[in-house]
Design a protein around this ligand. Sequence first.
Ligand SMILES: [Zn+2]
Ligand SMILES: [Zn+2]
Length: 384
Amino acid sequence: MLAMDYRGPKRVRVTQKPMPEIKHPEDAIIRVTRSCICGSDLHLYNGNVPDTRVGTTFGHEFVGIVEEIGSEVTKLKVGDHVLVPFNIACGRCHFCKQGLFGNCHESNPMATAVGGIFGYSHTAGGFNGGQAEYVRVPYANVSPTVIPEGMHIEDAVMLTDVVPTGYQAAEMGGIQPGDTVVVFGAGPVGIMAAKCSWLFGAGRVIIIDHVEYRLEFARNYAQCEAYNFREMEDPVVFIKKTTDWMGADVVIDAVGAEAAGNTMQTITGRKTLLQAGSATALHWAINSVKKGGIVSIVGVYGPTDNLVPIGNVLNKGLTIRANQASVKRLLPRLIEHVQNGIINPKALITHRIPLEEVADGYRLFSAKLDNCIKPVLIPPSARM
Ligand SMILES: [Zn+2]
Ligand SMILES: [Zn+2]
């Protein structure tokens, strides 16, 4: 089968790989119909995630048709068109039982923090992902969900990560009616977090980035204020000023480990790798939230330390909340929101790229060319 293949930092290609096989009675094999490239795949692509092994296939956002099932799979049948959450969850461990499907204790043998994730390095279990024609899906009775009748598969593929991650960012913010919410990062997840902040009763939503076309997109899609930090002296001062010097009630970090905007962070975190990525957005979040406020983090950081202003966290009495989205927990509500037209996720998809051209897809997305917001890969069999 055709599959994306990681060769080393900034080098990916499409290649022929053996078909995945059922290895456990609860496995399913899915024939992929759409798979996305995610902003967090760029951290892998750029070599910023530890233990990203050459020869692996990325892709944690995909939908497809059930091709084969193991003898203990009861919830799916061959031919079902399913959306597969990016978290691999066993459904029965201590954490899954609490709805913390992103923190499953069984799906990632290396797990002290995160559970298994498709195509996201051996720190997340070493599973191959969906940027391929076929993919093996473990614990197929737990998270994969049949796409509801009438739902477009490109809306469904956005429900595997972007929509629930954006929604959970807003949910973790504990937004109270009338709150001012600031979102750092106008990628698909940041835009979705801004959009969902309104659903929790925000009174004002501000998004901050430096890519002009994305700010423009966010303004239209999420009906929020959008500002370019390159045009302000200091985003922290800007946010204080616009909130009567109180600071924002809730700040969401939807950037993660490859933030631009601070020379010292860029040198220590991206050029010399003295810390696990540049924590610029996190600095800004901690410093621009009001005292007693909530910082919600969904941007991806590596497992090791960053030079964050932790003393300010103490002195301001902050609540910081962070996690990988627990997609399965959020799906029932989000499916309803999509079906009722409250969220229109496929509008974020700007590029549809043949799987064979995956290398071009990564190049275009990572260089933010051609006004790209969200690229989706289409395997040959799904184009017929
Ligand atoms: Zn993703
Ligand atoms: Zn579990």
